[in-house]
Design a protein around this ligand. Structure first.
Ligand code: SIN
Length: 489
């Protein structure tokens, strides 16, 4: 099938699974649609158990050769891959916006963000140092090395069709692992384009495989395989728990980056303008569809009116439109299930006493477009306080004391990210430490970067991606005791 998108590199548009360095068709196909228009983008080969087993076998076969290469060689391939992504940024962004819906400017930002992980791990791979430990007996040496865990499976979501892939594949390949990727069925085209560029960069056949289609069949094949030694998953807490249960049969290692319920706290002493900028960035990025998007705003009494006034102006100014329309800030939600959840949360909040300040309805553009929405007078009984809305809805609570807001912020099974604005240095350190999350933005609304460890605590999962720690999940420690040595003197 040829693409309706005008790509500079038409070969980036692929619709088949990528196994052992070749594009493989299936007997069945499924439609990938543009969430902004509902238009068909592609009929994609629908992978199931057979294709997944072939991909696992390819990864197994490619593993010995890849893990034997020098870290420097692997780094060269990853760096080239990153550079190719940047060189083809416009094509990748066009594909990404078409299948995911986010505004083109955000899609370009995601290409750069995604490429940064490949570049980062190209460098980090050369610093997988071991240890020489003072021995416990004479005539011996104790040495610790780090080895790739083996064949890895990655399961990635639709909200960042490129960045969530490179954050995993960059680390895995730098560590010397091979990979089978299952991208979201909603957004496989970006992953296929990534595979095209990976091959061009020199990733050997079988080291990176992509299968998309029948999610339960692919998931079962991956989880039942004793060849796959690790699974890295980004997505819902419900699926994360299921994968962890399934992983116990073969004792695979698991990394889980799951849902959040991020609080955003504005204290009386905050810089209000900076807080509004941070609130907009952390709430409305990708139409509110990120795991680190704010889900609950807590504003202190003394600053409440000033903050809300400016926040409302900023929310009203957001432009909703197709990702390709100039000036669009908010694209469509990914599908009708997502839209229905947003509608349910807003209606429930209003029924339980929230005041609607901005939006509150589907957008006139129809489809899955939803109006940027601002609610005040939120309370903990509301569904939107208990689970991620994953949409462009800002729900605001009022609070009086620091202890009160800390208890509210931590009153959730989730613990991914939190944000707060305060200029009281004495408070900043202590408060950040008492938040039960993996990541904290202090006077910052955008925390995502390849240099810092991304991940959560509690039911937001475990494992860290990016940063110097991002390789750990793909490495096993091996200890060698070398005995029978001369003791010297
Ligand atoms: C996510 O939504 O899971 C990732 C967001 C990010 O990397 O900023």
């Amino acid at each position: 099938m040829t693409s309706l998108l005008a790509l500079t590199r038409p070969d980036l548009f692929q619709t088949q699974n990528f196994i052992a360095g070749a594009w493989v068709d299936s007997t069945a196909h499924y439609p990938v649609v543009n969430p902004a228009t509902g238009a068909l983008l592609a009929q994609v080969a629908r992978a199931g158990a057979t294709e997944t087993q072939a991909a696992i076998a390819a990864a197994q076969q490619a593993l010995p050769g890849w893990r034997r290469t020098l870290a420097k060689e692997r780094g060269t391939v990853l760096r080239r891959w990153s550079a190719l992504m940047l060189a083809h940024c416009d094509d990748l962004a066009a594909l990404l916006t078409a299948e995911q819906g986010k505004p083109l400017a955000e899609a370009r930002g995601e290409v750069a963000y995604a490429a940064s992980f490949l570049e980062w791990f190209a460098e980090e791979g050369r610093r997988v140092y071991g240890e020489v430990v003072p021995p416990h007996k004479l005539g011996a040496r104790v040495v610790v090395t780090k080895e790739p865990v083996g064949v890895v499976a990655a399961i990635t979501p639709w909200n960042f069709p490129l960045a969530m892939v490179t954050r995993k594949v960059g680390a895995a390949l730098a560590a010397g692992c091979s990979m089978v990727l299952k991208p979201s069925e909603e957004t496989p085209l970006s992953a296929f384009a990534l595979a095209v560029l990976g091959q061009e960069a020199g990733v050997p056949a079988g080291v990176f495989n992509v299968v998309s289609g029948d999610a339960p069949a692919i998931g079962d094949a991956v989880m039942q395989s004793d060849v796959v030694r690790k699974v890295s998953f980004t997505g819902s807490t419900r699926v994360g728990k299921l994968l962890m249960r399934q992983a116990s049969d073969t004792l695979k290692r698991v990394s889980l980056e799951l849902g959040g319920n991020a609080p955003f706290i504005v204290f009386d002493d905050a810089d209000v303008d900076a807080a509004v900028v941070g609130a907009m960035a952390s709430k409305f990025r990708n139409a509110g569809q990120t795991c680190v998007c704010v889900n609950r705003f807590f504003i202190q009494d003394g600053i409440y009116d000033r903050f809300m006034e400016r926040f409302a102006v900023a929310v009203r100014a957001l432009k909703v439109g197709e990702g390709t329309a100039p000036g669009s800030d908010i694209g469509p939600l990914i599908n009708t299930t997502a839209l229905q959840k947003v509608e349910r949360h807003v209606q429930d909040a209003i029924a339980l006493g929230a005041n609607l300040i901005v939006g509150g309805e589907s957008h006139a553009l129809g489809g899955t477009f939803y109006q940027p929405t601002l609610l005040t007078n939120a309370n903990v009984q509301m569904q939107l306080a208990q689970e991620e809305t994953f949409g462009p809805v800002a729900a605001c609570f009022r609070f009086k004391t620091e202890d009160e807001v800390l208890a509210l912020a931590n009153d959730t099974p989730f613990g991914l990210s939190a944000y707060f604005y305060s200029r009281d240095l004495a408070r900043v350190w202590d408060f950040a430490e008492r938040l039960q999350v993996g990541m904290v933005g202090v006077n910052e609304g955008m925390i995502s970067t390849e240099v810092a460890p991304f991940g959560g605590v509690k039911e937001s999962g475990f494992g860290r991606e990016g940063s110097s720690h991002g390789l750990d999940d793909y490495l096993s420690l091996k200890y060698m005791l070398v005995g029978g040595l001369r003791t010297g003197g």
